[in-house]
Each structure stands twice: as structure tokens, then as C-alpha cells.
Design a protein around this ligand. Structure first.
Ligand SMILES: [Zn+2]
Length: 241
């Protein structure tokens, strides 16, 4: 196939641009962030679930505390009422004795409540600490997730941009090639699955590395400067010595 030295140079450049573009696209698919993001999201879900459980425990303890505090407040009022009756009842020892027993029962119950509330208070403090730790873990994992998303966007963006730049330059250069050469190149590239251009180097194809025998070599040289590798069918640049 006929081709000028300029056309061969352009063709070689186009092949390099295709390689660069393909490599960048491949690198995007090989970026490690998507798998890591999936992993960290699963972890985040687990920690969030744990945090919700801890918060539910804290709420239950606080609800129980409120309930006991309410009972205690009621008892405080009743104690005052009973005390008032004791103070204002005159003479009848049986009534006073009964009221005094009521008051003692109230005091006893309030002591019990006080004990339980102290315990619940301590328990709530403990749970609060664990809840705060879970909250910190969620925040930390979320920050890691955001960092991964950001770095993925940056790296994928740079690679995509490199790929597009290469494709742009290829488009401009393609206009300078004959349609025959361009078509032969694209056909070979598609058939070979990516790399469409090879050079004859030391009687071998530079891409498939097949050694070419004397007879075929003579034929290739007759077809120089541009032919196809008889083995991999890639477009082959044959430099005349
Ligand atoms: Zn070959």
C-alpha cells in the first residue's frame, strides 16, 4: 500500500493515541475506589444499625427513668399530704398509727425508686458513651467514604480527560490520512482487538512477534511501505533500508 513518510508518521501517532486512550479507559475500570466504596458502605450500614440499637437502649433507659421519676414525684406529693394529715389529726392514735405506717411505706418505696434511678442514671451514662463512640465511628467511616468518592471522581476524571484528548487529536490527524490507509488501520485494529499497527523489526512483526521467512519478507518488501502482517493481519509498516 502506498503511503508517504508523513502519512506513516501520522499513522504511528494515531496508533499511539489509540493505545493511550484505551489504556486510560482500562485504568478507569481498574480504579480501586468502587470496590472500596462498596466495602465501606456495607461497614457503614453495620455501624449505623449498631448505633440505632444503642440509641434505642438509651431511650428505653431514659423512658424508664422518667417513669420512675414521675412515680417518685407523685409519692412526694402523697407523703406531704399524709404528713399534713398526721400533723392535723388530733387524738386518734389508730388513725395516726395507720397514717404513719402509710408514710413509712411511701418513704420505703421512694428509697427503692431512688436506688433504681441512680442505677438507671449510671446505665444511661454508660450507654451514652457507647452511643457517642458509635456516632464517631459513623462520622469517621462516612468521611472515608466521601474521601474515596472524591479521589475516584478526580482520578476517573483525569483519565477520561486524557482519553478524550487523545481521541480529539486522533480525529484531527485522521483527516490528514487517505481514507484507504485509515480504513485499513481501523479494520486491522478492530480485528486485532485494540492494537492495529505494527512495525517490521528484525524480520519479525513488532506486535505478534512472529518471525517472517525469507519468501514472505520479499513479498512484504515489495508491498512496502505499508502492508499487513501475514500472521496477525495488523497494518505493518515496512521501513525500507
Ligand atoms: Zn503480526
Amino acid at each position: 500500500m502506498q503511503a508517504s513518510a508523513d502519512e506513516l508518521k501520522i499513522l504511528a501517532r494515531i496508533a499511539d493515541l489509540d493505545t493511550a486512550s484505551t489504556r486510560a479507559e482500562k485504568e478507569i475500570t481498574q480504579l480501586e475506589q468502587p470496590a472500596k466504596i462498596d466495602e465501606i458502605r456495607a461497614k457503614l450500614e453495620g455501624v449505623k444499625k449498631k448505633r440505632a440499637e444503642i440509641e434505642a437502649m438509651l431511650k428505653a433507659a431514659q423512658d424508664k427513668f422518667d417513669q420512675l421519676a414521675e412515680e417518685d414525684a407523685d409519692l412526694e406529693k402523697r407523703a406531704a399530704e399524709v404528713q399534713h394529715k398526721i400533723d392535723t389529726t388530733e387524738g386518734d392514735h389508730r388513725i395516726i398509727g395507720s397514717l404513719t405506717a402509710d408514710l413509712a411505706a411511701i418513704v420505703e418505696r421512694r428509697e427503692k425508686l431512688d436506688e433504681q434511678m441512680t442505677e438507671l442514671d449510671a446505665k444511661s451514662d454508660e450507654i451514652s458513651k457507647v452511643a457517642a463512640q458509635a456516632g464517631q465511628a459513623v462520622a469517621q467511616i462516612s468521611a472515608t467514604e466521601q474521601g474515596l468518592i472524591k479521589s475516584y471522581k478526580e482520578q476517573a476524571g483525569e483519565l477520561r480527560s486524557a482519553s478524550l484528548t487523545a481521541q480529539d487529536e486522533k480525529k484531527q490527524l485522521s483527516a490528514k490520512l487517505s481514507s484507504e490507509i485509515l480504513q485499513a488501520y481501523e479494520t486491522a485494529r478492530k480485528a486485532a482487538g485494540g492494537i492495529g499497527l505494527a512495525h517490521l523489526q528484525d524480520a519479525s512483526c513488532s506486535v505478534c512477534r512472529t518471525q517472517i521467512d525469507e519468501n514472505k519478507l520479499l513479498q512484504l518488501e515489495a508491498e512496502a511501505p505499508l502492508t499487513n502482517c501475514p500472521f496477525c493481519k495488523r497494518l505493518l509498516i515496512v521501513d525500507k533500508e
